[in-house]
Design a protein around this ligand. Structure first.
Ligand code: AMP
Length: 516
């Protein structure tokens, strides 16, 4: 039997630590009855998480799936995490799709990913059946309590290695096709080892999760919990619009660590919710990543919670969440930039100028990354992969890939990195990564529109759409709401008599910027 053959080989070549589920095995042994994850409706202990994930893994392997893409189509909650672990135990790789995502975008993702299976509920299956997908389903509630076949799961894991994919997360693509960032087990293992060592995460910690599971910030909460035996509470989304109840929730659940996008921290700071809820005995660490954290708002947090550890993490999905960090260790004026700091362990950061040479002193350059954190490329998209994952220009001797982030940075006098701006048309709006080209592609599909251009008004935090036709925002957003997620809808539409064109015959974005 195949299972036993691999089991025999276990002592020789099998690397248990090649798969993130190794952590869950250990933690389920150490803290079987401790809560691993909890959402509004339910909670799972580490033992339950393992048992349920093993049941899903058994089913996937019995269906003959190994190293295949598996879509997780479930409401955000504990069941998603059980499914992630099920995919990992079976050596398949998961890709979460948000249940609120517009149909056309789901279809684009399905076309790229070509999933072998969709894990969902009976109820959500009906919705999914309207998409362009003809493969199989695994119904969560019908499978999760089935008994697991440990042998078959073990046999699969014996065949897996650490460079096998763990997940694919889709991000905005400038041509309108979302890009599937692939990440393997090794990248997550290295990253979480760094996180848990740097921030001393133990079983006594509790995370308050904000990040959607289709966004890579969630990796920190999920895998730090699985590795150490901490607990993660999945905070109900609606609380992020109500700072006082949000802080009360943190206090009630005794959450001592949060890793949120700056947008979520800014809302709390603006409304000065700390005056109503004292978190000084509760909160120990406030980590953030994903966009610029203004010191103006960070200073409000620091004033009310001076003893908390604050850290600014920086990085794109393509390098497994973060590659540089800065633990806040000095005072900053409200208008000073907060550094993104220094490289994480086992990560090399190259700042390249326009000639692809290392920058000197405080010269501005593009931040490029080298190391095990790098994605293996965009799934089924060799062209985009070739553009961003390139040969290290400083190493002509052997093939060595670096990832070009498109972020412009420079060093400050402390030798720390400062984030300045983007090289391209990618923006961050309320924590979401958006390619303005994706919105333009959607708008161009409106029959009346001949030419359009999108810019981001940083000051007012608005996506501004320029068109030549007399059409209003409600009409336009109504037309494209089925094509792009809600957070990509323009906040302002400007009708121009004529679109400005530059000497190269392209839309003159500099002129348009002056109109913001
Ligand atoms: P995402 O792939 O969604 O994580 O987005 C990655 C992009 O967000 C980066 O390339 C940066 O442009 C921006 N970003 C991430 N973290 C930070 C940070 N700490 N400060 C400034 N910008 C950031």
């Amino acid at each position: 039997m195949q299972g036993s053959r691999y089991r025999e080989g276990k002592g020789k070549g099998f690397n248990m630590k090649a798969n993130v589920t190794y952590w869950l095995d250990k933690t389920a042994d150490r803290f079987p009855d401790k809560t691993a994850f909890a959402d509004e409706r339910k909670a799972v202990t580490f033992r339950q998480l393992k048992t349920q994930a093993m049941a899903l893994a058994t089913q996937m392997l019995q269906m003959g799936l190994f190293k295949k893409p598996v879509v997780i189509y479930l409401e955000k909650g504990v069941d998603v995490l059980v499914s992630f672990m099920g995919a990992a135990y079976s050596c398949n790789f998961y890709s979460p799709i948000d249940v609120d995502m517009p149909a056309s975008r789901v279809n684009k993702i399905l076309e790229v990913l070509q999933p072998a299976l969709v894990i969902t509920t009976k109820e959500l299956q009906t919705a999914f059946e309207s998409y362009e997908y003809e493969g199989g389903y695994l119904i969560f509630e019908e499978t999760v309590d089935a008994s697991a076949d440990e042998e078959i799961v073990e046999a699969a894991r014996c065949r897996g290695i650490d460079t096998d994919l763990l997940y694919v997360l889709f991000t905005s693509g400038s041509t309108g096709i979302p890009k599937g960032v692939t990440i393997n087990h090794r990248s997550v293992i290295d990253y979480i080892d760094w996180v848990t060592e740097t921030f001393d995460v133990t079983e006594e910690d509790s995370f308050g999760n904000q990040a959607p599971f289709y966004f890579d910030n969630s990796i920190l909460d999920i895998y730090s919990t699985i590795k150490t035996g901490a607990t993660t509470y999945i905070i109900p989304k609606n609380l992020f619009a109500q700072p006082v109840p949000l802080l009360e929730y943190l206090k009630e659940k005794k959450i001592n660590t949060i890793f949120w996008v700056p947008s979520a921290l800014i809302v709390v700071a603006k409304l000065k919710a700390f005056r109503n809820v004292d978190l000084s005995d509760t909160l120990h660490r406030v980590l953030f990543c994903g966009e610029v954290m203004p010191n103006k708002q960070l200073n409000v947090w620091r004033k009310f919670l001076p003893d908390v550890l604050y850290a600014n993490l920086y990085g794109p999905t393509e390098i497994t969440d973060a590659c540089t960090y800065y633990i806040v260790d000095r005072e900053f004026a409200d208008d000073e930039p907060l550094p993104i700091g220094i490289p994480m362990i086992n990560t090399d950061i190259l700042i390249l100028n326009e000639k692809d040479e290392l920058v000197k002193d405080d010269e501005i350059g593009e931040l490029c990354v080298r190391g095990t954190s790098l994605s293996m490329g965009y799934y089924n998209n060799p062209e985009k992969t070739r553009e961003a994952f390139v040969q290290n220009p400083l190493n002509p001797a052997v093939p060595e890939t670096i990832y070009r982030t498109g972020d412009l940075v420079r060093y400050n006098d402390y030798g720390e990195l400062l984030y300045l701006s983007r090289k391209d048309f990618q923006i961050k709006h309320m924590g979401h990564r958006i390619e303005l080209g994706e919105i333009e592609t959607a708008v161009s599909s409106i029959p009346e529109i001949a030419l359009c251009c999108c810019l981001y008004d940083e000051k007012r935090q608005k996506i501004v759409l320029f068109i030549e036709e007399e059409l209003d925002k409600t009409y336009i957003n109504g037309q494209i709401s089925g094509l792009v997620p809600e957070y990509m809808l323009p906040g302002k539409v400007v009708s121009l008599e004529k679109m400005p064109i530059n000497a190269n015959g392209k839309i003159d974005r500099v002129k348009l910027k002056e109109l913001l």
